[in-house]
Design a protein around this ligand. Structure first.
Ligand SMILES: Cc1cc2nc3c(=O)[nH]c(=O)nc-3n(C[C@H](O)[C@H](O)[C@H](O)COP(=O)(O)OP(=O)(O)OC[C@H]3O[C@@H](n4cnc5c(N)ncnc54)[C@H](O)[C@@H]3O)c2cc1C
Length: 403
């Protein structure tokens, strides 16, 4: 269920291994292509590498690279408390899902997959569960999403931590060094994240404003038109991230559907969904581990989850895809995804003392800065020092010695 990053990557991967695969999408490829932007979908080396392995990274030559990370934190007066930058070991990229998903849907069919257009409900799930060895659900919306119980122990929040606004633009002034994942933090107010991307009209930039609910950046209810959306985005950057204002002095929207406003409650859910008949279906990616986009991890997670599931399905051989197998497969994915959730949730809260120390040290230690920059590709290696002051002190001391 669902023709997004997770469902299509898994489906196409299964076709290559000789499985019969049906993907159900509530929208046609044309509707997705002509629709509103859905994400900012920055993806890094490991996740894009999985796409390359399946012959799905079709935009390597066209998509502008995201070469490194530049993190700054400061107040509205423009004074910076944190300012470090580092190239990543390998570039990332962001291909508008309005381009990628229609192309992958066509590729799925070309490789022999069955693509059905249907707004699937519980009755449809029952039907597919009846005729299939395994039903994987990669859409958490509507009544289908309710099948998957919230995991109270693993879910840190019970409400959205940001109002999120996306703006796809042309004519942002390029950085003077290299193209970057630009992260700007105004503590207590919000974050501005920007990077280059590829959209229908060519290379562009994406503005992702993360606004603390009820705070001075949370003004998106005022917006009625695309032009007002762009105007507010630029005003917020000028006011709260003045060090980025000059790059945004002459922006235009890529298209009238290149804007999005939403809120996400970061949530972890249990993998088995029980249908009214008692049959079990299996959740994946965003359905099970839903993160705020502040660290840009969801599409990366979807790619990684698809590969874990692909491997587990192939290794299962002819045995049944029962609930124990579903739970074990999710635990393999959670072994990685928990670190993404921890990394992301940490950035939604006021920075703990050890992070201020780590980020300050990044400014004068390029190897440390590179370590953090590469964590956007794989956040697992940040534990335990990123999350614990004593560990951070030990880590920084040893790092200084060996750096
Ligand atoms: C504002 C924003 C910015 C983001 N930025 C980034 C980023 O920079 N980097 C990053 O890695 N991630 C980012 N993400 C997250 C990322 O977009 C998601 O994690 C990723 O798209 C999840 O993929 P998925 O396949 O699990 O689900 P989805 O992409 O949600 O795909 C589900 C599919 O199922 C279809 N569907 C829905 N309901 C039904 C139904 N009833 N029947 C059939 N089909 C159905 C939908 O149309 C959709 O195509 C961002 C998300 C948001 C909201």
């Amino acid at each position: 269920m669902g023709a997004g990053q997770a469902g299509l990557q898994l489906g196409i991967g299964l076709l290559a291994q000789g499985y019969g695969v049906t993907i159900v999408s509530n929208r046609t490829a044309d509707q997705i292509a002509a629709g509103r932007v859905m994400s900012s979908q920055s993806m890094y080396d490991m996740a894009v590498g999985y796409e390359r392995g399946l012959g799905l990274a079709m935009w390597d030559d066209e998509c502008p690279p995201i070469t490194g990370v530049h993190m700054r934190a400061g107040g509205s007066d423009g004074k910076l408390l944190i300012d470090w930058r580092s190239p990543m070991s390998a570039p990332g990229q962001s291909v508008d899902q309005r381009i990628k998903m229609p192309a992958w849907m066509a590729e799925f069919e070309r490789r022999g997959g069955r693509l059905l257009i249907e707004d699937a409900d519980l009755a449809a799930l029952e039907r597919y569960a009846d005729e299939s060895d395994l039903v994987v659900v990669s859409t958490g919306k509507g009544e289908i999403g309710k099948l998957f119980e919230r995991d109270a122990e693993r879910s840190v929040f019970d409400r959205p931590q940001r109002t999120i606004s996306l703006t796809y633009v042309h004519d942002m002034k390029p950085r003077k060094d290299w193209s970057a994942l630009n992260i700007s933090i105004n503590p207590g107010i919000g974050e501005y994240v920007n990077f280059p991307a590829l959209t229908h009209t060519g290379p562009c930039d994406i503005i992702n404003l993360e606004c603390i609910p009820g705070g001075p950046m949370d003004r998106w209810d005022e917006v009625k038109t695309p032009a007002q959306h762009l105007e507010l985005a630029v005003e917020l950057i000028r006011t709260y991230f003045p060090w980025e204002a000059e790059r945004c002095s002459n922006l235009r929207l890529t298209d009238d559907l290149g804007t999005l406003v939403g809120r996400i409650t970061p949530t972890v859910r249990k993998v088995v969904g029980r249908l009214p008949s008692g049959r079990a279906v299996m959740g994946m990616a965003d359905v099970l581990v839903l993160n705020d986009p502040i660290t840009g991890q969801g599409s990366n997670n979807a790619s990684k989850c698809a590969m874990v599931y692909l491997d587990a399905i192939a290794r299962r051989g002819a045995a049944a895809f029962d609930e124990d197998w579903m739970k074990a497969t999710f635990e393999t994915y959670w072994d990685y995804a928990q670190w993404v959730a921890r990394f992301t949730n940490t950035h939604l809260l006021p920075p703990p003392p050890q992070l201020l120390k780590v980020f300050a040290a990044c400014g004068c230690n390029p190897k440390l800065a590179a370590r953090i920059a590469n964590a956007f590709d794989d956040p697992k290696g940040l534990a335990p020092w990123y999350y614990d002051e004593a560990e951070a002190d030990r880590f920084l001391a040893s790092f200084e010695v060996t750096a």
